[in-house]
Design a protein around this ligand. Structure first.
Ligand SMILES: [Zn+2]
Length: 208
C-alpha cells in the first residue's frame, strides 16, 4: 500500500480549540498534542495488532464459561438455585419479561462476543496484509458502533445488588462462572485498550 492510496487525512483539527495542523506520522507508543491547547489529538497504541488478536482469542475462550457456567448459587428455606448469564436471560424470557431479556442478551452476550469476533477477524486481516479494500469499511464502522454497546458491568452490578439484598435471607455461594465472568470483563477492557481503530482507517484505501 502506498501513501497515495491510503485514507490517511492530511489535516487534523483539534477537538478542543479547532486548531488545524498537519496529520502527524506517529510511531507505536507516540502521541500528538495540539500546539495551542496541548490536548492529546492522537495516540498510537503499542503493538495493537498482536495484542488485539491475543485479547480477542482469550476473550472468546472465556466467554463460554462466563455465559454458561453458574455465577452464584443461593439456598433459601431448603430451596437452592444457581444462576448463570444464559439462565438469567432464559428466566427473564420464560417469565415474559421479553424486553429486558432481549436487552440483557444483546448488551451482555451478543455485543461483547460480536466485538471480540470482529476484532479478531480484523486483527488477522491486518496481520495478513489483507485490509487493502473498501469492503472492510462497514466492518470497521460496525466495530466502532458496537464498541459502546457492550455493558457487561451492568450485569455485574445486578449480581452485586442481588448479593446485598439476599445476604441476610439466603446462603450465597460463588461459582467458577463468576471468575470466568470477571476475566471476560477484563479481556473486553483489554481489547478497548489495545484495539487501534486509527491504524485500520489508515490502511483502508480511498479507492478500490
Ligand atoms: Zn487545541
Amino acid at each position: 500500500m502506498t501513501a497515495a492510496t491510503s485514507q490517511t487525512p492530511t489535516i487534523l483539527a483539534c477537538r478542543e480549540c479547532d486548531n488545524l495542523m498537519h496529520y502527524p506520522d506517529l510511531q507505536e507508543g507516540e502521541q500528538a498534542r495540539c500546539r495551542q491547547c496541548h490536548h492529546i489529538l492522537l495516540y498510537r497504541k503499542r503493538d495493537p495488532v498482536n495484542r488485539s488478536i491475543a485479547v480477542s482469542i482469550a476473550g472468546l475462550i472465556l466467554s463460554v464459561p462466563a455465559i454458561f457456567l453458574p455465577i452464584m448459587s443461593m439456598k433459601m428455606l431448603s430451596i437452592s438455585s444457581t444462576v448463570s448469564l444464559s439462565s438469567a436471560v432464559y428466566a427473564l424470557w420464560k417469565n415474559e419479561i421479553y424486553f429486558v431479556a432481549l436487552v440483557t442478551c444483546f448488551f451482555c452476550i451478543l455485543a461483547p462476543v460480536g466485538k471480540l469476533i470482529i476484532a479478531l477477524y480484523l486483527g488477522i486481516a491486518v496481520k495478513l496484509k489483507r485490509v487493502t479494500s473498501r469492503r472492510y469499511i462497514p466492518l470497521i464502522k460496525f466495530y466502532q458502533r458496537i464498541d459502546s454497546w457492550e455493558m457487561l458491568e451492568v450485569f455485574m452490578i445486578g449480581i452485586l445488588v442481588s448479593i446485598f439484598k439476599l445476604r441476610d435471607d439466603a446462603e450465597l455461594f460463588f461459582d467458577l462462572g463468576l471468575v470466568s465472568y470477571i476475566l471476560f470483563m477484563i479481556t473486553i477492557v483489554g481489547l478497548k485498550l489495545s484495539f487501534d481503530k486509527e491504524l485500520l482507517w489508515n490502511k483502508v484505501p480511498v479507492h478500490g
